[in-house]
Design a protein around this ligand. Structure first.
Ligand SMILES: O=C(O)CCC(=O)C(=O)O
Ligand SMILES: [Fe+2]
Length: 361
């Protein structure tokens, strides 16, 4: 267990964040959201991590040339779909090649998986291969498995129901918990139940988002860091009367991040957590961030939208993509069905930018 997973555990008190009556007959009630209201843990300490992609054969023969495997690009620049391989059965060589493929393609979607049925221990073990597991400082999780971050939106979602939004859209591009000093790399989302239509997830290539910028803007951004903050999320949680397990953190990350394996440059700002550009006047920072957020959110020509079913697992690299849930289904219409899943989030290196620029906090 890494320091990121060390918890100071007293007697755990759980708040159930769902109504049992809405889930009679479901096979996955053990994965419904609960909210630990007692565990606290200290700030995450720096840790060393070696990206698995560094140990991959760049041609990826073990992964891509395995028997009966079909590999399809979902769009030219982002997203690959794989059929004919079980994540639960991959060898280490295949997992290393998968880490590289996720870095190159941003998101890799595995169809017809048994992953959701192998149990939380094996699911976490699979995640840990790619890095220490993140524990969400405020999110709902799976009972007895605080590293399994809950994804559930239903009429009985007592956890999220308290959050009121006055926004026109439910979509919001973000890179998960990018305020962390060593934010996530490989991230794994498994859906257990899906609505009859809708509930897709959209990913944006931050590599292409960077490439599209003009040379003078690229040059400007390469020399700058931006602040990513966990404070609004923690404040919101407190406002809703929820327990904050770890005091929030902020990090100033390079705006242009270099991937440690591919060497690709990616834009590393997102509307979810990036608050300001360090060293600029307020109006300058606001104007440039608004420009970049709009660019990321509107770039349908460098995005992929993935349709789920209940045997799909998607893996993405939070260093080179941003994403949004697309909550377009009616959670109050029983006929549309439930959407329920869990996320395993692995932490990666301290971000590195161009010309030796590094994160500070
Ligand atoms: O539910 C989804 O489609 C994505 C939710 C999300 O942002 C995540 O799992 O990181
Ligand atoms: Fe996310």
């Amino acid at each position: 267990m890494s320091s990121t997973e060390t918890q100071q555990q007293t007697k755990v008190v759980l708040t159930q964040a769902f109504d049992e009556k809405a889930h009679v007959g479901s096979r996955y009630t053990d994965y419904l959201p609960v909210y630990d209201t007692t565990t606290t843990f200290p700030p995450t300490q720096p840790f060393e991590v070696r990206d698995r992609g560094l140990d991959a054969d760049p041609a990826k023969p073990n992964l891509l040339n395995a028997d009966n495997v079909t590999v399809t690009k979902l769009t030219p620049r982002i997203g690959t779909e794989i059929r004919g391989l079980q994540l639960s059965q991959l060898t280490d060589a295949q997992k290393n090649e998968l880490a590289l493929l996720i870095a190159e393609r941003g998101v890799v979607v595995f169809r017809d998986q048994d992953f959701k049925d192998i149990g939380p221990q094996k699911q976490k073990e699979f995640g840990r291969y790619f890095g220490p597991l993140h524990i969400h400082p405020v999110g709902a999780h799976v009972k007895d498995h605080i590293e399994l971050h809950n994804i559930y939106l239903g009429p009985d979602n007592l956890y999220r129901a308290q959050t009121r939004s006055s926004k026109l859209t439910t979509t919001g591009q973000h890179s998960d918990v990018s305020y962390e000093h060593q934010p996530p790399g490989v991230t794994i989302l498994t859906l257990l139940e899906v609505p009859s239509s809708g509930g897709d997830t959209g990913w944006t290539s931050q590599v292409v988002a960077y490439e599209r910028l003009s040379d003078p803007i690229k040059k400007l951004l390469e020399g700058l860091r931006a602040e990513h903050s966990g404070f609004p999320q923690a404040d919101g949680a407190r406002r809703d009367g929820k327990h904050v397990r770890r005091e929030p953190v902020k990090s100033d990350h390079p705006i242009v991040r270099v991937h440690p394996v591919t060497g690709q440059k990616a834009l590393f700002v997102n509307p979810g957590f990036t608050k300001k550009i360090i060293g600029l006047k307020d109006e300058e920072s606001d104007a440039i961030l608004q420009l970049l957020f709009k660019h990321i959110s509107q770039g349908q020509d460098f995005q992929v939208r993935v349709k789920w079913d209940d045997r799909t697992v998607s893996l993405w690299d939070n260093r080179v993509t941003s994403h949004t849930a697309i909550s377009d289904y009616d959670v109050n219409d029983g006929a549309e069905g439930l959407r329920h899943g869990f996320r395993i989030t692995t932490l990666a290196e301290k971000p590195k930018g161009v010309n030796g620029l590094e994160s500070v906090w």
